[in-house]
Design a protein around this ligand. Structure first.
Ligand code: ADP
Ligand code: ASP
Ligand code: MG
Length: 807
């Protein structure tokens, strides 16, 4: 014989009920089918009762909706519903209505009436299921499940119940249907219940009393999962769990089984199977006394709405009996404590209670220790509210080393502080208390680390969808599959922003039509709003990717670092800003354990900054830098020819996307000055943009006028350039705009490079960088290649992102 329990969603609709019929009727052995109320009905009954108690006549509508739902199910299930069933249903509904009317008239809702009202949920559902399943007979739980009152709750009277169950089912075979949850008080005979979620308990009590072969819990998920699937999208089904593990998880918030339901079957080692009514062929989870697969951590669960109460004293050392007085006082006030952490120096004890109990706990503790507090031996207790606890559970924890350390590291790296920690309440559970706002993130990072170590996840916010941002998004899209398969890296774009609009979603926003979706669904943003949204999403392993040239976006980096978000940027503003700001950003990122990467600030995708860092880290010293760093200027001086005057080359550079939108940023040397400053700083020198001498080739007044005037005036320079160009050609020289750092001097200038010099042959928009170091002294190190262009820049940004993943 087996006991099968079907929860609220499994009996919540006609389609679900057909599934139940199918599952039960296919069984060769005798079965007891325990059913919950139709999903949501228990809550609705309690609500209606509450309204009636307050004299709010809205309870009538609530009742009518509930009655209509049951009638509609009957209609859907049967071509013509059996008369007896319709009658039973109407009778029960009528009695329920009378009870509610009574409550409304008297405006009181005694406990026994509340219990009776709420019992109708299971009484109605069990009547329907009995009629639906061929050959089934109803066995009313009110006849054999007994409770007794204790501290305002109804506890199972196991002795009496066991006896009655055995009597009721002696000689039973076939299919029995039993309403879950409901019971009667042993003495008064009044209707009671086993607490919310109690149908699981009813089923377990029956399975244990009748020595069933198995207890099957049929619900709406494929099994007991590694974490709450509503929070952790990547959670997956656990094949096997021990009773001890399941108890820890269920006691700590995993709602999949009502925790007390595990107690009756545990001593008899009756296996419990969690199965999905809507996917019966899925294997499900088996809970047994011994877990054949004791991984260190089998699951994680959490509870929120908790508070920590701390009792401290300058010295409690050696004071005997503090703990016993403390917990005695709390238990007399019926305050339940689910986590305790005491320092070995015995100067304090911290314990976790429900938020709702926090104030009462504080008063109780302070009253208990009033004498000690009044003469200063102890301090009044303190309360911290709105916290959550995450529990990591597994029998293997007993043997595994360093799990607590790993938890601290993972949480710390993601900017989550641990407020209290308890290990060893059993050997199977390590609990960490964090601020409630960090709960989701904590669960995610812990889950990721312990269960998904097969792959790593990075969550990207991409700001700027111009040429570089746009290319980057398409590169990520085309590489993602491969990265997942070959490198176990999952790249998630969780936010995309342009100057005034942004899209965010934890599930990813980079569908093909993101540009259009930005316009239609995007929220309006300012830089500050963008920052708040990114930080507010509080996603683990986050990277903010700046593909803009905006100073306002660069100003957000520090806030990102302090919230444990890495920054990868193609934007040069921050790294070339005041030295103090640059240094502060680098130090903040370092302190927070996040990355600040800007390889593409110099030489687009060329590995320049990384190379300088590698040289420096290995003990080398950069003595001199000489470089052609402007793809735009190089393009201009390579293009200039007898038939292509200077002004036209500038125009071409702009039109082909090599220059900044305002080409004067390039012509003024500003762009190269920024790059030189960044290289010098990365090489270890403290330098400001104003330290760089600029020798320019376009007169100053070209920079002061409007953009329009600039274009008009530009051809006036053509003749002089052409004259100089002819001279250079005759002398076998070429123009290169060179940035230089040597002996504490910094300059940018247009130089005439003779044939044979390594800067002489430099095609298109290419860059070249010569690094003279202590080790590369006689023959400097040379880095050369494409130094501009959206494709290579996006690829460089991509490479920075990959280096955060550290693969
Ligand atoms: P039923 O109505 O069948 O009794 P419940 O709603 O009581 O179902 O319990 C099943 C639900 O528990 C699932 O739908 C899921 O959302 C939730 N849940 C929470 N934690 C877990 C977990 N670790 N594994 C599976 N489900 C979980
Ligand atoms: N119907 C009850 C509840 O919602 C019991 C159960 O479903 O297990 O709590
Ligand atoms: Mg349940």
């Amino acid at each position: 014989m087996k006991v099968l329990k079907f929860g609220g969603s499994s009996v919540g609709s006609a389609e679900a009920l057909q599934q139940v019929k199918h599952i039960v009727e296919g069984r060769p052995e005798s079965v007891i089918v325990v059913v919950s109320a139709l999903g949501g009905v228990t809550d609705q009954l309690l609500e209606a009762a509450g309204m009636a108690e307050k004299g709010d006549t809205a309870y009538v509508a609530a009742f009518e909706a509930l009655a209509a739902r049951h009638r509609a199910i009957l209609n859907d299930l049967f071509e013509s519903a059996p008369t007896a069933l319709s009658q039973t249903l109407e009778e029960k509904l009528a009695r329920l209505r009378t009870r509610l009317d009574g409550v409304c008239t008297l405006k009181v809702l005694p406990e026994k009436t509340r219990c009776e009202i709420v019992s109708y949920g299971e009484r109605l559902s069990s009547a329907i299921v009995t009629a639906l399943i061929d050959g089934a007979a109803l066995y009313d739980a009110l006849d054999f499940i007994r409770t007794f009152p204790q501290q305002g709750r109804h506890l199972l009277d196991s002795h009496e119940t066991e006896k009655l169950v055995r009597e009721t089912f002696s000689g039973f075979s076939g299919i029995a249907v039993v309403p879950g949850f409901i019971a009667r008080d042993s003495k008064s005979g009044e209707i009671t219940n086993l607490g919310r979620g109690g149908s699981d308990y009813t089923a377990s009590i029956l399975a244990a009393a009748l020595d069933a072969e198995a207890l099957e819990i049929w619900t709406d998920v494929d099994g007991f999962m590694t974490a709450d699937p509503r929070i952790i999208k990547t959670s997956y089904v656990i094949d096997t769990l021990s009773f001890a593990e399941a108890m820890e998880l269920c006691n700590f918030g995993a709602k999949v089984i009502y925790a007390p339901a595990l107690y009756p079957v545990y001593p008899k080692d009756i296996p419990v199977q969690i199965k999905n009514t809507f996917n019966p062929s899925a294997k499900g989870t088996t809970i047994r006394r011994d877990n054949p697969d004791p991984r260190p951590v089998t699951g994680i669960s959490s509870i929120d709405d908790i508070a920590l109460v701390t009792l401290s004293a300058p010295s409690m050392v050696g004071l005997i009996g503090i703990d016993s007085r403390l917990f005695g006082a709390l238990s007399r006030q019926e305050i339940s404590v689910f986590l305790v952490s005491q320092s070995s120096s015995e100067t304090g004890i911290t314990f976790g209670v429900a938020n709702a109990d926090a104030e009462a706990a504080r008063r109780t503790v302070d009253a208990e220790f009033a004498p000690e507090i009044s003469h200063g031996a102890m301090r009044p207790s303190t309360v911290e509210k709105d916290l959550a606890a995450v529990a990591v559970v597994g029998e293997g924890l007993k043997y595994a080393k360093g799990i607590a350390g790993r938890l601290f590291t993972i949480l710390g790296r993601n900017g989550i502080g641990v407020l209290a920690c308890a290990q060893g309440s059993s050997d199977y559970n390590i609990s960490m208390v964090v601020e409630k706002k960090y709960l989701r993130k904590s669960l995610n990072v812990i889950h990721d680390s312990f269960f998904l170590s097969e792959y790593q996840e990075l969550n990207l916010f991409i700001c700027g969808i111009g040429t570089v941002g746009g290319k980057l998004i398409s590169q990520i899209r085309s590489q993602r599959e491969r990265l997942m398969r070959e490198r176990n890296l999952k790249l998630n774009i969780v936010g995309i922003a342009r100057s005034t609009k942004a899209l965010f979603s934890r599930d990813g926003v980079d569908s093909e039509d993101y540009r259009q979706r930005l316009e239609t669904e995007g929220i309006d943003i300012t830089p500050e709003r963008l920052r708040d949204e990114v930080i507010g999403m509080n996603i683990f392993n986050s990277v903010f990717v700046d593909c803009t040239a905006s100073p306002q976006i660069a100003a957000l980096y520090k806030d990102f670092f302090t919230h444990s978000i890495s920054v990868v940027t193609a934007n040069k503003i921050a790294a070339s800003s005041d030295y103090a700001n640059y240094k502060d950003l680098k130090e903040t990122a370092l302190k927070r354990g996040v990355k600040f990467l800007f390889e593409t600030n110099v030489g687009a995708g060329l590995p320049v900054i990384n190379t300088i860092n590698a040289l420096k880290n290995s003990g080398d010293r950069i003595e001199k830098i000489e470089a052609v760093l402007s793809g735009t200027l190089n393009f201009i001086f390579n293009k200039i020819a007898a038939d292509i005057p200077f002004s036209q080359t500038v125009r071409m550079a702009q039109e082909q996307g090599f220059s900044e939108p305002d080409p004067r940023i390039d012509l003024s040397g500003k762009d190269v000055i920024r790059k030189l400053v960044i290289l010098a700083r990365e090489a270890g020198y403290q330098v400001e943009q104003s330290d760089v001498e600029a020798h320019l080739f376009v007169p100053d007044d070209f920079f002061a006028c409007s953009m329009e005037d600039f274009w008009t005036k530009l051809p006036s320079l053509d003749a002089q350039f052409e004259k100089e160009r002819q001279r250079l050609e005759a002398e076998h020289k070429r123009w290169r705009f060179v940035a230089k750092m040597e002996n504490g001097r910094y300059s940018v200038s247009l130089r005439e490079i003779p044939e044979g010099h390594s800067f002489y042959v430099l095609d298109g928009s290419n860059n070249i960088i010569l690094l003279t170091t202590e080790r590369y002294h006689l023959h400097p190190m040379l880095i050369q290649g494409y130094g501009a262009g959206a494709d290579v820049t996006a690829a460089g940004v991509f490479a920075d992102i990959m280096s955060i993943a550290n693969i």
